[in-house]
Design a binder for this molecule. Structure first.
Ligand code: CP
Length: 340
Protein backbone atom coordinates (compact mmCIF):
# COMPACT_ATOMS: atom_id res chain seq x y z
CA UNK A 1 0.00 0.00 0.00
CA UNK A 2 1.10 3.56 -0.74
CA UNK A 3 1.22 4.38 3.00
CA UNK A 4 4.10 1.97 3.65
CA UNK A 5 7.01 3.86 5.21
CA UNK A 6 5.24 7.23 4.85
CA UNK A 7 4.61 10.06 7.31
CA UNK A 8 0.97 11.04 7.93
CA UNK A 9 1.14 14.80 8.45
CA UNK A 10 -1.94 16.11 6.64
CA UNK A 11 -5.21 14.91 5.18
CA UNK A 12 -3.88 16.36 1.92
CA UNK A 13 -1.80 13.15 1.69
CA UNK A 14 -5.00 11.10 1.14
CA UNK A 15 -6.88 10.28 -2.06
CA UNK A 16 -10.32 8.66 -2.08
CA UNK A 17 -8.80 5.35 -3.26
CA UNK A 18 -6.29 5.41 -0.41
CA UNK A 19 -9.05 6.13 2.10
CA UNK A 20 -11.11 3.21 0.79
CA UNK A 21 -8.09 0.90 1.14
CA UNK A 22 -7.37 2.18 4.65
CA UNK A 23 -11.00 1.78 5.77
CA UNK A 24 -11.09 -1.81 4.44
CA UNK A 25 -8.05 -2.55 6.64
CA UNK A 26 -9.79 -0.80 9.57
CA UNK A 27 -12.77 -3.14 9.15
CA UNK A 28 -10.36 -6.11 9.30
CA UNK A 29 -9.15 -4.85 12.70
CA UNK A 30 -12.51 -5.35 14.39
CA UNK A 31 -11.90 -8.94 15.70
CA UNK A 32 -8.67 -7.78 17.35
CA UNK A 33 -10.05 -4.49 18.66
CA UNK A 34 -13.07 -6.33 20.12
CA UNK A 35 -10.76 -8.94 21.73
CA UNK A 36 -12.25 -11.87 19.82
CA UNK A 37 -8.71 -12.68 18.67
CA UNK A 38 -5.17 -11.52 19.41
CA UNK A 39 -2.61 -10.66 16.75
CA UNK A 40 1.10 -10.21 17.51
CA UNK A 41 1.98 -8.93 14.05
CA UNK A 42 3.96 -5.95 15.45
CA UNK A 43 5.72 -7.89 18.22
CA UNK A 44 9.11 -6.24 18.83
CA UNK A 45 8.10 -2.89 17.29
CA UNK A 46 8.14 0.29 19.40
CA UNK A 47 5.83 3.31 19.10
CA UNK A 48 7.18 6.63 20.41
CA UNK A 49 4.05 8.45 21.56
CA UNK A 50 5.05 12.10 22.07
CA UNK A 51 2.27 14.38 23.31
CA UNK A 52 3.32 17.94 24.06
CA UNK A 53 -0.28 19.17 24.46
CA UNK A 54 -3.13 17.69 26.56
CA UNK A 55 -4.88 14.63 25.15
CA UNK A 56 -6.90 11.68 26.37
CA UNK A 57 -8.30 9.81 23.40
CA UNK A 58 -5.73 10.45 20.69
CA UNK A 59 -2.78 9.55 22.93
CA UNK A 60 -4.39 6.53 24.57
CA UNK A 61 -6.02 5.18 21.42
CA UNK A 62 -2.72 5.41 19.50
CA UNK A 63 -1.12 3.46 22.36
CA UNK A 64 -3.94 0.89 22.54
CA UNK A 65 -3.96 0.46 18.78
CA UNK A 66 -0.23 -0.30 18.77
CA UNK A 67 -0.54 -2.66 21.74
CA UNK A 68 -3.46 -4.48 20.08
CA UNK A 69 -1.14 -5.22 17.14
CA UNK A 70 1.46 -6.65 19.55
CA UNK A 71 3.81 -3.65 19.73
CA UNK A 72 5.25 -1.75 22.71
CA UNK A 73 4.63 1.94 23.51
CA UNK A 74 6.99 4.52 25.05
CA UNK A 75 5.47 7.88 25.95
CA UNK A 76 6.39 11.46 26.80
CA UNK A 77 3.68 13.89 27.84
CA UNK A 78 4.04 17.65 28.33
CA UNK A 79 6.71 20.01 27.01
CA UNK A 80 8.04 20.66 30.51
CA UNK A 81 9.00 17.01 31.01
CA UNK A 82 10.99 16.78 27.77
CA UNK A 83 14.34 18.27 26.77
CA UNK A 84 12.45 20.67 24.46
CA UNK A 85 12.08 22.71 27.67
CA UNK A 86 15.91 22.99 27.75
CA UNK A 87 16.01 24.45 24.25
CA UNK A 88 16.54 21.25 22.27
CA UNK A 89 15.33 21.62 18.67
CA UNK A 90 12.58 19.53 17.11
CA UNK A 91 15.20 18.27 14.63
CA UNK A 92 17.51 16.95 17.37
CA UNK A 93 14.59 15.50 19.33
CA UNK A 94 13.40 13.70 16.20
CA UNK A 95 16.88 12.32 15.45
CA UNK A 96 17.14 10.95 18.98
CA UNK A 97 13.63 9.54 19.34
CA UNK A 98 13.64 7.91 15.93
CA UNK A 99 16.65 5.90 17.08
CA UNK A 100 14.46 4.45 19.83
CA UNK A 101 11.25 3.85 17.84
CA UNK A 102 9.86 2.23 14.69
CA UNK A 103 7.16 4.88 14.33
CA UNK A 104 6.34 8.12 16.20
CA UNK A 105 3.04 9.85 16.93
CA UNK A 106 3.28 13.46 18.00
CA UNK A 107 1.02 16.29 19.18
CA UNK A 108 2.41 19.79 19.60
CA UNK A 109 0.79 23.21 20.20
CA UNK A 110 2.43 24.91 17.18
CA UNK A 111 1.07 24.71 13.62
CA UNK A 112 3.64 23.04 11.35
CA UNK A 113 5.67 21.64 14.27
CA UNK A 114 4.98 17.98 13.51
CA UNK A 115 6.05 18.44 9.88
CA UNK A 116 9.24 20.15 11.14
CA UNK A 117 9.83 17.22 13.52
CA UNK A 118 9.32 14.74 10.66
CA UNK A 119 12.23 16.32 8.73
CA UNK A 120 14.58 15.11 11.48
CA UNK A 121 12.95 11.72 11.96
CA UNK A 122 14.39 8.50 10.56
CA UNK A 123 11.06 6.69 11.02
CA UNK A 124 7.47 7.50 9.95
CA UNK A 125 5.74 10.25 11.94
CA UNK A 126 1.96 10.59 12.44
CA UNK A 127 0.48 14.00 13.25
CA UNK A 128 -1.67 13.73 16.39
CA UNK A 129 -2.62 17.43 16.12
CA UNK A 130 -0.42 20.48 15.49
CA UNK A 131 -1.97 23.52 17.14
CA UNK A 132 -4.95 24.94 15.22
CA UNK A 133 -3.66 23.47 11.96
CA UNK A 134 -4.59 19.80 11.41
CA UNK A 135 -5.65 16.60 13.11
CA UNK A 136 -5.57 14.14 10.22
CA UNK A 137 -6.24 10.90 12.11
CA UNK A 138 -9.28 12.49 13.78
CA UNK A 139 -10.63 13.49 10.37
CA UNK A 140 -10.09 9.96 9.07
CA UNK A 141 -11.93 8.41 12.02
CA UNK A 142 -14.67 11.05 11.64
CA UNK A 143 -15.15 10.17 7.97
CA UNK A 144 -15.10 6.45 8.83
CA UNK A 145 -17.79 7.13 11.48
CA UNK A 146 -19.90 9.25 9.10
CA UNK A 147 -19.90 6.37 6.60
CA UNK A 148 -20.80 3.79 9.29
CA UNK A 149 -23.55 5.96 10.76
CA UNK A 150 -25.10 6.71 7.36
CA UNK A 151 -24.91 3.01 6.53
CA UNK A 152 -26.84 2.23 9.76
CA UNK A 153 -29.55 4.51 8.34
CA UNK A 154 -29.42 2.74 4.96
CA UNK A 155 -27.77 5.78 3.40
CA UNK A 156 -24.71 6.35 1.23
CA UNK A 157 -22.11 9.11 1.80
CA UNK A 158 -23.60 10.96 -1.21
CA UNK A 159 -26.74 11.49 0.90
CA UNK A 160 -24.74 13.28 3.61
CA UNK A 161 -26.19 16.51 4.94
CA UNK A 162 -23.67 17.60 7.58
CA UNK A 163 -23.98 20.47 10.02
CA UNK A 164 -20.74 21.55 11.69
CA UNK A 165 -21.47 23.55 14.78
CA UNK A 166 -19.57 25.69 17.30
CA UNK A 167 -16.02 27.04 17.14
CA UNK A 168 -15.29 26.49 13.47
CA UNK A 169 -12.51 29.09 13.45
CA UNK A 170 -10.12 27.30 15.81
CA UNK A 171 -11.27 23.67 15.53
CA UNK A 172 -8.55 21.76 13.71
CA UNK A 173 -10.77 18.68 13.45
CA UNK A 174 -13.33 20.48 11.30
CA UNK A 175 -10.56 22.05 9.18
CA UNK A 176 -9.18 18.59 8.42
CA UNK A 177 -12.65 17.14 7.86
CA UNK A 178 -13.51 19.87 5.29
CA UNK A 179 -10.43 18.87 3.33
CA UNK A 180 -11.38 15.19 3.34
CA UNK A 181 -14.96 16.01 2.31
CA UNK A 182 -13.57 17.91 -0.68
CA UNK A 183 -12.70 14.50 -2.16
CA UNK A 184 -16.45 13.99 -2.71
CA UNK A 185 -18.87 15.98 -4.88
CA UNK A 186 -22.32 17.46 -4.32
CA UNK A 187 -22.75 17.03 -0.55
CA UNK A 188 -24.77 19.37 1.68
CA UNK A 189 -22.74 21.16 4.38
CA UNK A 190 -24.11 23.68 6.87
CA UNK A 191 -21.54 25.72 8.86
CA UNK A 192 -23.10 27.18 12.00
CA UNK A 193 -21.10 29.32 14.41
CA UNK A 194 -21.03 32.75 16.03
CA UNK A 195 -19.80 35.15 13.33
CA UNK A 196 -16.49 35.71 15.13
CA UNK A 197 -15.83 31.95 15.18
CA UNK A 198 -16.83 31.27 11.56
CA UNK A 199 -15.09 28.67 9.42
CA UNK A 200 -12.02 30.31 7.80
CA UNK A 201 -12.72 31.29 4.18
CA UNK A 202 -10.07 28.94 2.83
CA UNK A 203 -12.05 25.91 4.08
CA UNK A 204 -15.40 27.29 2.86
CA UNK A 205 -13.75 27.74 -0.54
CA UNK A 206 -12.44 24.16 -0.47
CA UNK A 207 -15.99 22.87 0.13
CA UNK A 208 -17.54 25.12 -2.52
CA UNK A 209 -14.88 24.30 -5.09
CA UNK A 210 -15.76 20.63 -4.60
CA UNK A 211 -19.30 21.44 -5.71
CA UNK A 212 -20.85 21.04 -2.28
CA UNK A 213 -23.95 23.02 -1.37
CA UNK A 214 -22.62 25.15 1.52
CA UNK A 215 -24.77 27.24 3.88
CA UNK A 216 -23.09 29.54 6.41
CA UNK A 217 -25.22 30.68 9.35
CA UNK A 218 -24.90 32.12 12.85
CA UNK A 219 -28.27 30.72 13.95
CA UNK A 220 -28.47 27.34 15.60
CA UNK A 221 -32.03 26.56 14.49
CA UNK A 222 -31.23 27.32 10.83
CA UNK A 223 -28.51 24.72 10.52
CA UNK A 224 -30.08 21.77 12.28
CA UNK A 225 -33.31 20.70 10.50
CA UNK A 226 -31.70 19.60 7.23
CA UNK A 227 -28.84 17.65 8.85
CA UNK A 228 -28.64 13.88 9.03
CA UNK A 229 -25.26 14.25 10.81
CA UNK A 230 -24.51 17.02 13.31
CA UNK A 231 -20.86 17.59 14.22
CA UNK A 232 -20.68 19.67 17.40
CA UNK A 233 -17.33 21.19 18.49
CA UNK A 234 -15.94 22.64 21.70
CA UNK A 235 -15.09 26.33 22.08
CA UNK A 236 -11.30 25.97 21.79
CA UNK A 237 -10.54 28.26 24.73
CA UNK A 238 -6.80 27.45 24.62
CA UNK A 239 -6.60 29.16 21.19
CA UNK A 240 -8.10 32.51 22.29
CA UNK A 241 -5.89 35.49 23.21
CA UNK A 242 -7.57 35.78 26.62
CA UNK A 243 -9.82 33.60 28.75
CA UNK A 244 -12.32 36.48 28.94
CA UNK A 245 -12.69 36.41 25.16
CA UNK A 246 -13.29 32.64 25.16
CA UNK A 247 -15.80 32.98 27.98
CA UNK A 248 -18.02 35.17 25.75
CA UNK A 249 -18.88 32.08 23.72
CA UNK A 250 -19.28 29.51 26.50
CA UNK A 251 -22.67 27.84 26.26
CA UNK A 252 -23.43 29.81 23.07
CA UNK A 253 -24.61 26.90 20.91
CA UNK A 254 -25.84 24.38 23.38
CA UNK A 255 -27.22 21.12 21.96
CA UNK A 256 -29.55 19.44 24.43
CA UNK A 257 -32.59 17.18 24.35
CA UNK A 258 -35.01 20.06 23.94
CA UNK A 259 -33.10 21.60 20.98
CA UNK A 260 -32.61 18.13 19.47
CA UNK A 261 -36.32 17.25 19.71
CA UNK A 262 -37.44 20.65 18.42
CA UNK A 263 -35.05 21.25 15.51
CA UNK A 264 -33.39 17.99 14.43
CA UNK A 265 -34.51 15.10 12.25
CA UNK A 266 -35.60 12.02 14.21
CA UNK A 267 -32.46 9.97 15.01
CA UNK A 268 -30.15 12.58 13.50
CA UNK A 269 -26.61 11.46 14.30
CA UNK A 270 -24.65 13.57 16.78
CA UNK A 271 -20.87 13.51 16.56
CA UNK A 272 -18.23 15.46 18.49
CA UNK A 273 -14.44 15.00 18.37
CA UNK A 274 -14.45 15.26 22.19
CA UNK A 275 -13.63 16.28 24.83
CA UNK A 276 -17.04 17.92 25.29
CA UNK A 277 -17.02 20.72 27.82
CA UNK A 278 -19.53 19.51 30.43
CA UNK A 279 -19.07 22.39 32.87
CA UNK A 280 -22.39 24.02 33.73
CA UNK A 281 -21.69 27.27 31.93
CA UNK A 282 -20.59 25.49 28.73
CA UNK A 283 -22.35 22.14 28.41
CA UNK A 284 -22.23 22.33 24.62
CA UNK A 285 -23.49 18.74 24.27
CA UNK A 286 -25.76 18.11 27.20
CA UNK A 287 -25.71 14.90 29.24
CA UNK A 288 -29.49 14.66 28.79
CA UNK A 289 -28.69 13.37 25.26
CA UNK A 290 -26.62 10.46 26.59
CA UNK A 291 -29.27 7.82 25.94
CA UNK A 292 -30.30 9.10 22.48
CA UNK A 293 -29.65 6.36 19.88
CA UNK A 294 -28.34 9.07 17.52
CA UNK A 295 -25.55 10.07 19.92
CA UNK A 296 -22.54 8.54 18.16
CA UNK A 297 -19.73 10.14 20.17
CA UNK A 298 -18.57 6.92 21.80
CA UNK A 299 -18.98 4.86 18.64
CA UNK A 300 -16.76 7.58 17.14
CA UNK A 301 -14.03 7.14 19.80
CA UNK A 302 -14.20 3.35 19.40
CA UNK A 303 -13.76 3.75 15.65
CA UNK A 304 -10.57 5.71 16.37
CA UNK A 305 -8.89 2.51 17.53
CA UNK A 306 -9.78 0.69 14.28
CA UNK A 307 -8.54 3.51 12.06
CA UNK A 308 -5.32 4.01 14.05
CA UNK A 309 -4.62 0.25 14.01
CA UNK A 310 -5.10 0.35 10.23
CA UNK A 311 -2.70 3.28 9.88
CA UNK A 312 0.01 1.51 11.90
CA UNK A 313 -0.43 -1.74 9.98
CA UNK A 314 -0.32 -0.02 6.58
CA UNK A 315 2.60 2.29 7.39
CA UNK A 316 4.63 -0.62 8.79
CA UNK A 317 3.58 -2.88 5.89
CA UNK A 318 1.88 -5.69 7.81
CA UNK A 319 -1.78 -5.18 6.84
CA UNK A 320 -1.81 -8.53 4.96
CA UNK A 321 -0.19 -10.50 7.79
CA UNK A 322 -2.63 -9.98 10.68
CA UNK A 323 -4.06 -13.51 10.67
CA UNK A 324 -0.63 -15.16 10.28
CA UNK A 325 0.26 -13.92 13.77
CA UNK A 326 -3.12 -14.40 15.43
CA UNK A 327 -4.23 -16.66 18.28
CA UNK A 328 -7.34 -16.96 20.47
CA UNK A 329 -7.69 -14.68 23.49
CA UNK A 330 -6.75 -16.27 26.85
CA UNK A 331 -9.19 -14.24 28.91
CA UNK A 332 -12.95 -13.78 29.05
CA UNK A 333 -13.51 -11.03 26.47
CA UNK A 334 -16.47 -9.44 28.28
CA UNK A 335 -18.74 -7.00 26.51
CA UNK A 336 -18.12 -6.03 22.91
CA UNK A 337 -16.04 -2.88 23.44
CA UNK A 338 -16.91 -1.64 19.95
CA UNK A 339 -20.62 -1.03 19.86
CA UNK A 340 -21.81 -2.00 16.40
N1 CP B 1 -10.38 14.34 19.82
C1 CP B 1 -9.22 14.55 20.46
O1 CP B 1 -8.22 14.91 19.85
O2 CP B 1 -9.25 14.28 21.81
P1 CP B 1 -8.01 14.39 22.77
O3 CP B 1 -7.62 15.84 22.85
O4 CP B 1 -8.46 13.84 24.09
O5 CP B 1 -6.88 13.58 22.18
Amino acid sequence: MILKGQHVLSVKDFSLDLIHELFAVADNMRPYATRQKVTRVLEGAILGNMFFEPSTRTRVSFGCAFNLLGGEVRETTGLSSSALAKGESLYDTAQVLSGYSDIICMRHPDAGSVAEFAIGSRVPVINGGDGPNEHPTQALLDLFTIQKELSRQGRDIQELSLTMLGDLKHGRTVHSLCQLLSLYRGLKVQLVSPQALAMPTQYVDILENAGHQVVVSDKLDEGLPSANIIYQTRIQEERFATQAEANRYRGYFRLNKQVYSEHCQPNAVIMHPLPRDSRNDANELDNDLNLEPGLAIFRQTDNGVLVRMALFACILGVEDQLSKYERPVNWFPGLDPLRG
